[in-house]
Design a protein around this ligand. Structure first.
Ligand code: FAD
Length: 518
């Protein structure tokens, strides 16, 4: 409103004085094109919202928040920055579900991508289908969130094939990382399920790119940590949507039996292979509070608790088989075939039957609960690692048993599951270990504001153990700090990553919160 804007201008005048004194090469809003200046917000409440993220650990105050009302507004902002003797940094902010300030800037402009919703006017997700699922796709704004993509595609009986565990993440945000979940072993990460992108590069050009057209930009942006351009549209592959799922958990007291079975299950991974599972994940149950038993039938909970107490650590495979009316008849048989011969603790197999949407959106139920307890907006000193398959047993001994179990400070989930490297495209910026099978291991800690350091020390110990033991991990959602760490992260891709930066964002203005070039 006019009132809000006038108020913002007054505040802006006041804070601008401070800002100009603080910077050696200041830029003035008076230099900015009028259309652009009108969309830069500087009220303290908005600034403070953009100075934090899901991690609640890093806090960076931007100079302003930008509210684009069109795609060309994004070009306008980037062009303005590049026109200055010292360009300012620009951080697109999807849902800010990063944990280490990746969508922040300490002195530049945060682009509030969700503002594009008004511009889309309800057309942010367009499902295109000629009746054949294989040729169907959705054109989705980079600012859209996956739960809305799910709802829009289900209306046509279709669905994206590859997911993240949590769906209130933006399409641009997950495609800048990879987007992984229990479907990745079969369909690849979300970045392997994109046909085409619209990107505003760090030079301000709006470019449509794909594997055939402007492919260098396409591959750069996928898994590119926001370094090369701002994704404004993604064409996402779709397939037929199931209606329900059989959701199974198998409990193991032996790590090699657990990982051996996981790797067996992900070896059945053909896209059209009806014998394959549709989702494989895994996690640890530790003899530490809180022990979440809500999935399991109440009468079985005491014996599960006893098992965890007896062994201290129990490994759980989570396996899902989708079905619909046409496959309902044999789905139980399909699940029985999948678990046949697996080495879980006899009788410790548990199953639920839920709708497809309830399964995909399962973390939202946890979110609502945690919010109600005041436990959502708290620090999250997370650590996500890709571990080569050949070293996962060493990781179990050194980290799960050697650090996590002995230190007894875990509060949160530890997720462990393997993926097939063949489903990733090495031309993309995303990096993985150089082995056919590698695991994601996610330490999803929640912490009191006074306990963050304890978790950070533990995370460093885990990284130190991997380094000392020569386990060639790669960080997922990386939090590297030094140039050396980034070079190690990208390994043989570092050179091309730098070249692409020079090509698409030569002034190094985009996504400074990743800390790669800034
Ligand atoms: P933001 O945090 O807003 O941005 C992330 C980075 O991308 C920043 O550098 C930002 O500048 C850049 N960026 C944002 N939008 C764009 C755009 N349109 N174009 C270019 N760059 C952009 N990840 C998984 O892969 N699998 C999971 O199962 C999973 N589960 C999660 C569960 C929870 C509860 C949370 C909080 C996170 C989870 N994540 C998971 C991590 C998540 O995918 C990343 O944090 C992702 O970046 C979040 O998207 P976002 O929209 O919040 O991105």
């Amino acid at each position: 409103s006019y009132f809000r804007f006038s108020k913002a201008l007054v505040m802006l005048g006041l804070t601008f004085i401070v800002f100009t004194q603080a910077r050696s090469q200041p830029w003035s809003l008076l230099q900015a094109p009028r259309d652009l200046a009108l969309k830069l917000i500087r009220d303290p409440v908005t600034l403070s919202l953009a100075s934090t993220d899901f991690g609640h650990i890093v806090h960076d105050n931007p100079f302003a928040i930008y509210a684009p009302s069109s795609i060309s507004d994004i070009s306008l902002l980037i062009n303005f920055s590049n026109s200055l003797p010292i360009p300012f940094t620009i951080a697109p902010r999807g849902q800010a579900h990063s944990v280490n300030g990746q969508a922040m800037t300490s002195d530049g402009v945060v682009v509030n991508m969700t503002e594009l919703n008004a511009f889309r006017n309800g057309a942010g997700i367009v499902v295109v289908s000629d009746g054949t699922a294989s040729a169907s796709y959705a054109d989705v704004g980079g600012e859209q969130i996956w739960i809305d993509v799910l709802h829009a595609t289900l209306k046509s009986g279709l669905t994206p094939l590859s997911w993240t565990d949590y769906l209130f993440l933006s399409v641009g945000g997950t495609l800048s990382n990879a987007g992984i979940s229990g479907q990745t072993f079969r369909f690849g990460p979300q970045i392997s399920n994109v046909h085409e992108l619209d990107v505003v590069t760090g030079k301000g050009d709006l470019v449509t790119c794909s594997a055939e057209k402007n492919s260098e930009l396409f591959y750069a942006v996928l898994g590119g940590l926001g370094q090369f351009g701002i994704i404004t549209r993604a064409r996402i592959a779709l397939g037929p949507a199931p209606t329900r799922v059989k959701w199974v958990r198998l409990l193991y007291n032996d790590f090699s039996a657990f990982s051996g079975d996981q790797e067996h299950l992900i070896s059945l991974n053909g896209r059209n292979e009806s014998n394959a599972a549709d989702y494989i994940e895994g996690f640890l149950m530790l003899n530490q509070p809180p022990l979440d038993l809500s999935f399991f039938p109440a009468p079985d909970q005491p014996r599960i608790t006893s098992l965890v107490t007896q062994y201290g650590i129990i490994y759980v495979i989570e396996l899902v088989k989708y079905y619909d009316n046409s496959t309902q008849e044999h789905v139980d048989e399909d699940v029985a075939l999948l678990v046949e011969g697996l080495k879980f603790v006899p009788t410790f197999m548990f199953e639920k039957d839920v709708s497809y949407e309830e399964f995909l959106n399962r973390v939202h139920a946890d979110e609502l609960f945690l919010r109600s307890q005041g436990l959502w907006d708290i620090p999250h000193p997370w650590l996500n690692l890709f571990v080569p398959g050949s070293r996962i047993s060493d990781f179990d001994i050194g980290v799960f048993k050697g650090i996590i179990l002995t230190q007894n400070i875990t509060a949160g989930l530890v997720i462990v599951y393997p993926m097939n490297r063949s489903k990733w495209n090495d031309k993309m910026s995303a990096v993985t270990p150089n082995e056919d099978v590698f695991y994601i291991v996610s330490f999803l800690h929640s912490s009191g504001f006074d306990k963050v350091e304890e978790f950070q020390v533990q995370n460093q110990q885990i990284l130190g153990f991997c380094e000392d033991s020569g386990i060639g991990i790669k960080q997922y959602l990386p939090q590297n700090k030094t140039r050396k760490e980034w070079m190690e992260q990208f390994g043989s891709k570092w050179k091309i990553f730098q070249q692409r930066k020079d090509q698409f964002d030569p002034n190094r203005i985009l996504s400074p919160g990743q800390g790669i070039f800034n």
